[in-house]
Ligand binder design. Structure first.
Ligand code: UDP
Length: 242
C-alpha cells in the first residue's frame, strides 16, 4: 500500500514516540467481576479488555463432554463500539478464528485432565480496540484463569512483534498494524518459554522472523510480571480486608 505516513522518524522513534523495543503501557486488575469465578480488566495501550472465567463446571450439552479431560471454550468478542467503524455485533470469521487459537493455547497450559466431563468457559470482551487485541485478550484470560483458581502449569501471556518501515519492532500499534509489513503475535508459558500460540500476518525472512520471535518473547516476560503483580495485589487486598 502507498504510504504517506512515516512509521519510524529520523530519530528512530515510532508514531507514538516509542523506541523499537518499547511496549505500550499495560495496566492489569484481577477480580473485577462479582459473578464470574475469575476475572480481569486489562488496558494495553488503547486496548481495553475484560475477561471472565466460569468453571470448571459440567459441560452442557452432554455430547460435548470429554470423559478424559475438561474442554476449554474461549470466546473472543469485539464490542460494536470498540472500533472506529461500528462493528456488526456477533461472531464473525475473525472472532471465531481468534476464539479457536486462544482456546487451543489455553488447553496446552490448563491441567484439563483433572476435570473430566467439564467445561471451562473463558469470555473475552474487547471494549476498545487499537491493534493487538488477541494478545491483550489472552493475557487478560491468563489472569482471570489464575483468579478463578484453575490449575495450570503457568500463567499464559502474549505479546506481538512485527516489521514496520523495514525494522523489527515490538507490540504494533494501530497504524503500524495497518500500514506495516508483518505482525507476529506470540503466546508463551513464561516459565519454560514453550510457545502456546504463534501466528504471522505478512512476510518476514528467517532472520527477521527469529528476531521478531525473540522480541515478542521478551515482551511476554514484561507483561508476565505485570500479570503476577495484579494477582498478588488482589490477594493482598483480600488479606488486608480480613
Ligand atoms: N479492527 C477493526 N475492525 C474489525 C477488526 C479489527 O477496526 O472488525 C482493528 C482493531 O483495532 C484491531 C486491529 O484492527 O485491534 C487489528 O486486528 P487483527 O485482526 O490484526 O487482530 P489483533 O491485532 O487485534 O489481535
Amino acid at each position: 500500500m502507498e504510504l504517506d505516513i512515516k512509521l519510524i522518524d529520523d530519530n528512530g522513534k515510532r508514531l507514538d514516540g516509542r523506541s523499537a523495543e518499547e511496549l505500550r503501557k499495560i495496566k492489569i486488575e484481577a477480580g473485577v467481576l462479582h459473578r464470574a469465578d475469575g476475572s480481569c480488566y486489562l488496558e494495553w495501550g488503547g486496548n481495553k479488555v475484560l475477561a471472565a472465567v466460569y468453571g470448571p463446571r459440567e459441560a452442557i450439552p452432554r455430547h460435548t463432554q470429554n470423559p478424559l479431560r475438561a474442554i476449554v471454550n474461549a470466546r473472543y468478542n469485539m464490542a460494536a463500539f470498540s472500533v472506529e467503524d461500528r462493528k456488526r455485533p456477533g461472531p464473525d470469521r475473525r472472532s471465531r478464528e481468534i476464539s479457536k487459537v486462544i482456546s487451543e493455547a489455553l488447553e496446552k497450559i490448563i491441567l484439563t485432565e483433572q476435570f473430566p466431563r467439564s467445561a471451562i468457559d473463558v469470555n473475552i470482551e474487547v471494549l476498545d480496540a487499537e491493534a493487538g487485541t488477541r494478545c491483550a485478550g489472552l493475557t487478560a484470560a491468563g489472569v482471570a484463569l489464575a483468579d478463578a483458581g484453575i490449575p495450570m502449569n503457568d500463567i499464559p501471556v502474549a505479546c506481538a512483534a512485527g516489521k514496520i518501515a523495514g525494522q523489527i519492532v515490538i507490540d504494533l500499534g494501530k497504524e503500524e498494524d495497518n500500514f506495516g509489513d508483518a505482525d507476529l503475535p506470540v503466546a508463551i508459558s513464561p516459565r519454560t518459554d514453550e510457545i502456546l500460540l504463534l501466528q504471522m500476518d505478512g512476510h518476514l525472512t528467517v532472520e527477521e522472523f527469529n528476531k521478531a520471535l525473540d522480541l515478542a518473547i521478551k515482551g511476554c516476560h514484561v507483561a508476565s510480571e505485570i500479570q503476577k503483580k495484579a494477582i498478588l495485589d488482589k490477594y493482598q487486598s483480600v488479606k488486608e480486608a480480613e
